[in-house]
Every structure is written in structure tokens, then in C-alpha cells.
Design a protein around this ligand. Structure first.
Ligand code: BG6
Length: 467
């Protein structure tokens, strides 16, 4: 392995440090890494705002407190001591890159973390290249990676013209969520699950990502994107790849990413007739949203994985804003057992279900069925990971640490990203009709019709403390 190196980064440069993501996620993750003693290097923040370092430190403190952390001054001061700030136009200001070069000095393993609009990824990397700052460096880019298959390929090509694949870290924060990481160990470390996890036992799979809030203040961004690009092409298809993959044959990130790519390659591009797009009523009143917007805030679709493990198992994905609950879960249904000849009327039992809850309160549920008097009742074997495994690392804690140490396990590889765009592309090309739905509902009726002949969408497994 060449340029990406296997040593820890000795400088972290965050482009867009005054932005939303830094405020909501990055500072908190850095603070928590600092608290755990996992942060080793100085941090240079870059953005266009002309603010002092003190102002940046103040904002960092507010962001960390705002994210709900109880601030330990000693830890915070240590983190603040690492921070410095450079401002300028990241596209046109070559002096900015000269100043950055000075800061970098003899450091040799930098991580550039681009928390910027995607249209700036390539220009920034090209500017870093011109300034000679890419040698032995790593570059992490936030989603979205492209807005369709063609643009994703173009972006890859521009980045790869200057960077090796091992230097690039494509962030999808779902890959840093505990249950998504844990899935590999659960699936392959437990024979009880291993033996169930295939088409002989599993008849259908549903993946739901529901959010109980609308697009809030992100109208302008969201209206150009929609649910399909915002969360399905990336988060849900990455989750599906983890749910469906074969066991990796070795410990490297490529071993893992090879198996995920196999799954994605085996999924045919979606049939728009098997997809439903919805928009919640009131969406077009949101600031920044076009009055006649056809952008979907809900999408449901059917996909299939045509391989030996999953052939014939329909997979239904749905994602929506302004729904009844906030919950993300993966639900596998078993086939039904034969009718039970030892019961009156040879009753048929309900299929079992295995549910991995990703958010909130990650956990695993096995749903069995028991006969109570003369009717079947659900029996739940539940584990809350928080209760059983302790407090998890936050996704961005894992991801930042992974990128700083050059570990690609949690990052999406180029081929997977192109496959996911290929899968959703027909719906981008032929979006079809948009169905209105009431905010606070489970989406348009058409999403129910999509499942005709199959298990209907289930009431999600809600966290105990939800209200
Ligand atoms: C982001 C999307 O990638 O993921 C948002 O842009 C969405 O629209 C968010 O709300 C959900 O992430 P999480 O981790 O809060 O479930």
C-alpha cells in the first residue's frame, strides 16, 4: 500500500469547519475522541468566514454543549489547544493553500476532511494537488457522492486522477452506526442466526427509515435532492449490503467491501413501476422549496438480490420524512411453518420475525409466536444494545477515528457507490407520479399497495421509552 499509508494522521484539516455538520456532529465527535485519548494531532479548520481562532473555539464549545455533552474543561482545553483556523475562498484563493502549506510544514500524513457542498470536492482536491499537498495524505468526503450515476463517475474520475483509492474515504454515516457495524458479528458469530439467514428460511425483508420531522430549514438543499438520493441510494442500500452479504474472507477493508459489492452487483436496477414516491402535505410551503415541487419526501421500492442466498426473496425499502415515528429498522420474516395438525382446525402459526433496530435505541428482537388460549400471541426476545453492550461510540467518532488511522472498514468503496446509483437510476430517470400523504402518517396508500400479496408494513418496534 502506498500513499494512503498505514500510519496515523499527524494533521487533521477540516474544510467547512464553520458549517452545519461541524456544529452538529464534528466538534462533538472530536471532543469525545479527545476524552478517550484517541486524538493525537493538531487540527486546522478552514472556511470562508473571517473569524478569529477564539471565535472558533467559542463556537466549538457551544456546539459540543449543544450536542448534549457535559463539558470537562480539561478535555475541552486540550481540544481547543489543537485548533487553528484559516479562512479564504477554497476555490479561488491560492494564498489560502500557501498558508495551509506553511501550517503543514514537515507533517506528512494529513487528513483533509471535506465538509463542503459536493460541487467543491474536486476543486478543493485539485487545489491541494496544485499546492503539492496531496502526497501521503488522506481525503474524506461527505455525502452526497454525485447526484446520479454519471455525476458519481465523473466525481470519482476527478478525485482518482489525483488520489489513490486507498487515500479516499467516502463518508456514509450509517456505516458508523453501532448496529450496522455490529451486524457483521451478529450475523456470522451466531450459528442461531447464520442458519436462518437465507432464502430457505427467510421469505421477505423490509427496511424502514422513518423520520417524524419534515425538512425543517433544509428546504433549498432537500428540494434538489429528495428522499431517494438523500437516504436510499446511500444509507439504506449500504445497510442492505451488510444485511445480505456473504462472510468476508479476511480482515481487510477490501475483504469486507468485496462482499458488499457482490450484493449490490446482484441487485437489478429498480423498476419504477415497483416504486412509490410520496410528498407530505405542506412540503411546498417550506422555505426554499419550489411551489410546484415534485421532489419526493417519501419513497418505497421493491428490490431483489439475484444470487444463491436470496433469490426469490422480495426486499421492500421505504424512507420518509414527516412520518408517525422516528425509527430505522431491518425486518426479516421467516416462511410459515406447515399447518399444525395437532391443533384444532390445523391452525397455521404466524411467521417469525427478526428485527434489527438501528435507531433509536439500537437492538435486536426475535419475534416468536405462542398459543395463548385459542389465539396466537407474539413473544418477543429483545436486546437493547445500550443496556446489554453499554454506550456505543457515535457514528462520527468511529468515522473520524477510522479516517485518521487510515482504516477503510467503515467507508464506501467506489464500486459500491456506482452500483447503488445504477440501482436507483431508473427511478431518477422516470420518477412518475407523486402521491401526497398526511404529515404524521406512514406515507401514501400506494406504498401499502406495493406490498400486495406480501407481508404488510409492520408497526415498527418502538423503543420502550418512546412517547
Ligand atoms: C442524512 C440525511 O444523511 O441522514 C438527512 O441527509 C437525515 O435527511 C439523516 O435526516 C438521518 O440520519 P440519522 O443518523 O439522524 O438517522
Amino acid at each position: 500500500m502506498a500513499e494512503g499509508g498505514d500510519s496515523d494522521s499527524d494533521l487533521l484539516v477540516i474544510f467547512g469547519i464553520t458549517g452545519d455538520l461541524a456544529r452538529k456532529m464534528t466538534f462533538q465527535a472530536l471532543y469525545r475522541l479527545e476524552r478517550r485519548g484517541l486524538l493525537q494531532c493538531p487540527i486546522v479548520g478552514v472556511a470562508s468566514d473571517d473569524i478569529s481562532k477564539d471565535e472558533l473555539v467559542k463556537r466549538a464549545r457551544e456546539a459540543i454543549a449543544g450536542a448534549g455533552e457535559k463539558i470537562d474543561d480539561k478535555v475541552f482545553d486540550k481540544l481547543a489547544g489543537r485548533l487553528s483556523y484559516l479562512h479564504g475562498d477554497v476555490v479561488t484563493d491560492s494564498a489560502l493553500y500557501d498558508a495551509l502549506a506553511k501550517q503543514i510544514g514537515s507533517k506528512h500524513q494529513c487528513l483533509y476532511y471535506l465538509e463542503m457542498p459536493p460541487s467543491l470536492f474536486a476543486p478543493i482536491v485539485e487545489n491541494l494537488g496544485k499546492a503539492g499537498l496531496l502526497k501521503r495524505s488522506r481525503v474524506a468526503v461527505e455525502k452526497p457522492f454525485g447526484h446520479d450515476l454519471t455525476s458519481a463517475r465523473e466525481l470519482n474520475a476527478r478525485l482518482r486522477a489525483l488520489l489513490g483509492e486507498e487515500q479516499l474515504f467516502r463518508v456514509d454515516h450509517f456505516l458508523g452506526k453501532e448496529p450496522v457495524v455490529e451486524l457483521e458479528y451478529l450475523r456470522f458469530g451466531n450459528l442461531a442466526l447464520v442458519e436462518l439467514w437465507n432464502r430457505h428460511v427467510i421469505s421477505e425483508i423490509q427496511i424502514t427509515m422513518a423520520e417524524d420531522f419534515g425538512v425543517d430549514d433544509r428546504g433549498k438543499f432537500y428540494d434538489g435532492v429528495g428522499a431517494l438520493r438523500d437516504v436510499v441510494q446511500n444509507h439504506l442500500l449500504q445497510v442492505l449490503a451488510g444485511v445480505a452479504m456473504e462472510p468476508p474472507v479476511g480482515p481487510s477493508a477490501d475483504d469486507l467491501n468485496d462482499r458488499k459489492a457482490d450484493v449490490l452487483r446482484a441487485i437489478a436496477a429498480v423498476d419504477p413501476d415497483r416504486c412509490v414516491r410520496g410528498q407530505y402535505r405542506g412540503y411546498t410551503d417550506v422555505d426554499g422549496v419550489a411551489k410546484n415541487s415534485q421532489t419526493e419526501t417519501f419513497v418505497a421500492m421493491r428490490v431483489e438480490i439475484d444470487n444463491w442466498r436470496w433469490h426469490g426473496v422480495p426486499i421492500f425499502l421505504r424512507a420518509g420524512k414527516a412520518m408517525t415515528e422516528r425509527v430505522t429498522e431491518v425486518r426479516l420474516f421467516t416462511h410459515r411453518v406447515p399447518s399444525l395438525s395437532f391443533l384444532p382446525e390445523r391452525r397455521r402459526a404466524e411467521p417469525n420475525q427478526i428485527i434489527l433496530r438501528i435507531d433509536p435505541d439500537p437492538g435486536l428482537r426475535i419475534q416468536l409466536t405462542a398459543l395463548d388460549g385459542d389465539r396466537w400471541r407474539d413473544l418477543h426476545l429483545d436486546s437493547s444494545f445500550m443496556a446489554d453492550l453499554g454506550e456505543p461510540l457515535l457514528p462520527y467518532e468511529r468515522l473520524l477515528h477510522g479516517a485518521l488511522t487510515g482504516d477503510h472498514q467503515l467507508f464506501a468503496r467506489e464500486d459500491a457507490i456506482e452500483e447503488t446509483w445504477r440501482i436507483v437510476q431508473p427511478l431518477l430517470d422516470n420518477p412518475g407520479e407523486i402521491h401526497r400523504y398526511e404529515p404524521g402518517s406512514w406515507g401514501p396508500d400506494a406504498a401499502r399497495d406495493l406490498l400486495r400479496g406480501h407481508r404488510s408494513w409492520q408497526q415498527p418496534w418502538l423503543a420502550d421509552n418512546h412517547h
